[in-house]
Design a binder for this molecule. Structure first.
Ligand code: GDP
Ligand code: MG
Length: 303
């Protein structure tokens, strides 16, 4: 009788993408995956909860964890929640990508660097948005300065948006993933439900189109979701804190709401690969970002 020996030849692990708000973490994850699952915008604090993006290339699966930016200013319940999520992500992963925005070093970067002391895995310093750096020679002294505060396993300049150096980053990360069975099926790209992704896409369009006119404490609730034939019908409510905000989101003769809906629908049709009918309305719900209980009911759960 012979015993056949089973030798593991697949790799799988977690990579946390961390950094202060707005350095390009979500953009990086989307472009590494080649799919838009995490929303992005010019406004800080677009990402509120941790989102997992899964890349499977033959034997290697990398599970990227896009975190809300670690940031100073802890007074609101939502802020506290976002910081806790981001620092928890650092502890249990197989690699960390610490993302910074060119040479723009701030107290918040310093704060993230401080949190990285808890990391027990390889940490890669990734200098993002190099497409905007005219003189690349300026990068070296800056990298030296940050490297004196902490030693990094690798330093990599890149552009998440333009795709510069992403293949190298992917290769590097692949090389440090531990031997393991894959945690997800190879066709799965995120741990989030389609409903969650749909709500996020609506939120992205609001943030992008209304930018400074509206504080970031808006939320989207999917109220119904059903297929009729091949068309997916979605009803969603946009929750705002005040009546004035409701007027802004609806816009002149409903024009703003319509344009938010159109853009969100196109994103959904792309991601879900089906025709979508999207119905949006706006509801005033008070200042929910200050209320821990309201956060829970909207799915910002502390796990
Ligand atoms: P996050 O808060 O760290 O997740 O940042 P986002 O991914 O939302 O990106 C913030 C802003 O920076 C968005 O407007 C992105 O388009 C922009 N951005 C991200 N990466 C790059 C890059 O490599 N080059 C340039 N020019 N812009 C970028
Ligand atoms: Mg983000």
């Amino acid at each position: 009788m012979s015993t056949s020996e089973y030798r593991l030849d697949t790799q799988c692990g977690y990579v946390a993408i961390v950094g202060r708000p707005n350095v390009g973490k979500s953009t990086l994850m989307n472009h590494l995956l080649g799919q838009k699952i995490s929303i992005t915008s010019r406004k800080p604090q677009t990402t509120r909860q941790q989102i997992v993006g899964i890349s499977t290339e033959e034997k290697i699966q990398i599970i990227f964890v896009d975190t809300p930016g670690l940031h100073l200013g802890q007074e609101k319940a939502l802020n506290k929640f976002m910081n806790k999520t981001a620092s928890a992500a650092i502890k249990d992963v197989d690699a960390v990508v610490f993302l910074v925005d060119r040479l723009h070093w701030t107290d918040e970067d310093e704060y993230v660097l401080e949190q990285l002391k808890a990391a027990k895995c390889p940490v890669i310093l990734a200098i993002n948005k190099i497409d905007l750096v005219a003189n690349k020679d300026d990068l070296l002294p800056h990298i030296d300065k940050i490297s004196q505060i902490r030693k990094f396993d690798h330093v990599m300049p890149l552009s998440a948006l333009k795709g510069h150096n992403l293949e190298n980053l992917h290769k590097l990360l692949s090389s440090v993933m531990p031997l393991s069975l894959h945690y997800y099926p190879e066709d799965q790209i995120t741990d989030r439900s389609e409903r969650f992704l749909a709500a996020e896409m609506i939120r992205e369009k609001i943030i992008r189109q209304l930018g400074d006119e509206i504080p970031y404490d808006i939320a989207v609730e999917i109220e119904s979701w059903k297929f009729e034939g091949r068309t997916l019908h979605i009803h969603a409510a946009i929750l705002v804190a005040r009546n004035g905000q409701k007027r802004i989101v609806i816009g002149e003769k409903g024009a703003r709401l319509k344009s938010i809906g159109t853009e969100a629908r196109l994103d959904m049709e792309n991601l879900f690969e089906t025709k979508v009918m999207l119905n949006l309305w706006v509801k005033v719900k008070g200042a929910w970002s200050d209320d821990e209980r309201a956060l829970k009911s909207l799915g910002y759960r502390d796990e």
